[in-house]
Design a protein around this ligand. Structure first.
Ligand code: NAG
Ligand code: NAG
Ligand code: NAG
Ligand code: NAG
Ligand code: NAG
Ligand code: NAG
Length: 342
């Protein structure tokens, strides 16, 4: 005989006298309980999955499934076994290789990032190969160049040849990427190339670096040679002595333009397998480099670079007309650029 026990509160338990329950009623209760169980389970699962999505967004590692790629592309593997024309892969012939491209903008830490990647014994990141105009004059020369790189037939000081497990290069957005984005995204999806976006959050600091680097192209502050990257604090200090003037009238629109370019690039390649990195995060949080290695399917190693940062400390020390810049940005969406450290 069943008894109904109602717990009204901690102290009171009322025991009702048992009633006779018709079998039909019992069945209804049973079915109702089952439906409730299934519903609760599905709600739980949904919450778990949104929870993990938020986590992924938080760490800025975004690997979205490809919503508008054809089904064919979904089966393209990110793992490859290239067969170079110029050499044999010898003992590493059975090791898989991943293809990547670092999509970035000038003065956003991509040179430093690339030296870090290349300190991995299995990574060949071949530098800014599309800085040469001929190689990006039209889409067919771009494609030819890409084919050669991903077939491991492109040689630079970064080439690891036989035992490369990830091969790529860095590509500035203004070197044909934006212009030929459609064909390039198609190529990436067709050949299973992963994109590593590397941006800088503080676009004002980036602007200072662009202006100083452009000045040094002519001034050649280091014993008559132009250097974009340095390996000692003395060199860094010498380069940082130059303080650029920033045109405060154009400042906001210049910053906005850079921001829009980055957003467009992300949109163009939103169907490509990708990861988004920020220079500031890489500096502050070394575990980001592990995320990158995981993204490229590499055995995780400690990555090192000999490069030294050029503009250290408050930005106010690095700009000639700081007052104007401060006034131009105070109270705007870009105000935080005035304060940030990196
Ligand atoms: C692309 O440029 C190369 C080199 O300038 C040229 O030989 C080739 O004909 C061009 N291809 C197309 C499709 O325009
Ligand atoms: C990485 O390179 C080392 C040394 O060349 C090689 O022994 C190893 O198999 C490579 N690992 C992968 C995953 O290709
Ligand atoms: C520049 O020249 C000075 C003096 O000749 C030397 O001490 C210094 O190492 C040189 N720096 C570079 C970057 O070559
Ligand atoms: C800033 O740029 C604008 C537009 O090119 C120009 O008219 C103005 O003279 C510049 N201001 C300074 C201080 O160079
Ligand atoms: C990707 O970009 C296209 C436009 O280029 C847009 O229509 C689409 O909604 C975007 N998809 C995602 C997932 O952001
Ligand atoms: C920004 O502007 C506000 C009001 O216009 C002023 O009180 C504040 O001191 C300014 N901040 C800086 C850093 O100049």
């Amino acid at each position: 005989m069943a008894e109904y026990i109602c717990v009204l509160n901690k102290d009171t338990i009322i025991i009702k006298p048992a009633k006779k329950t018709p079998i039909l009623l019992r069945m209804i209760v049973l079915v109702f309980a089952m439906v409730c169980g299934v519903y609760i389970c599905s709600v739980c699962l949904k919450q778990i999955s949104t929870h993990s999505k938020i986590k992924i967004q938080d760490i800025q590692v975004i690997e979205r499934p490809s919503p508008d790629v054809d089904h064919e592309n979904l089966h393209i593997s990110t793992v490859h076994y290239p067969n170079p024309e110029t050499f044999g892969r010898a003992e590493c012939a059975h090791n898989p290789v991943r293809y990547f491209a670092i999509l970035s903008m000038q003065r956003s830490g991509s040179g430093w990032f690339e030296t870090l990647l290349n300190s991995h014994v299995n990574v060949s990141s071949n530098g800014e190969i599309f800085s040469v105009l001929d190689r990006r004059i039209n889409i067919s020369s771009i494609t030819q160049t890409l084919d050669k790189v991903y077939n491991l037939d492109w040689f630079t000081s970064a080439s690891k040849n036989e035992c490369s497990a990830a091969v790529g290069f860095k590509w500035m957005l203004n070197q044909g990427v934006m212009q030929h984005h459609k064909e390039i995204a198609d190529y990436f999806n067709r050949r299973g190339v992963s994109a590593i976006f590397l941006f800088r959050r503080n676009l004002l600091r980036r602007m200072v670096s662009v202006l100083a680097n452009s000045y040094d192209r002519h001034a050649k502050l280091l014993n008559g040679t132009h250097k974009s990257h340095v390996h000692s604090t003395e060199e860094a200090e010498t380069l940082a002595k130059y303080k650029p003037m920033i045109n405060s009238t154009l400042l906001i629109s210049d910053l906005k333009e850079v921001e829009i370019t980055a957003a467009k690039a992300l949109e163009y390649f939103n169907s490509t397998r990708h990861i988004v990195l920020y220079y500031e995060d890489l500096i502050k949080n070394p575990t980001k480099l592990k995320d990158v290695q995981a993204f490229l399917g590499l055995p995780v190693m400690e990555l090192k670079s000999r490069q030294v940062k050029i503009h250290k400390g408050p930005l106010a020390d690095h700009v000639k007309n700081w007052e104007d810049i401060n006034n131009a940005l105070n109270g705007t969406a870009y105000e935080s650029f005035l304060q940030a450290d990196y």
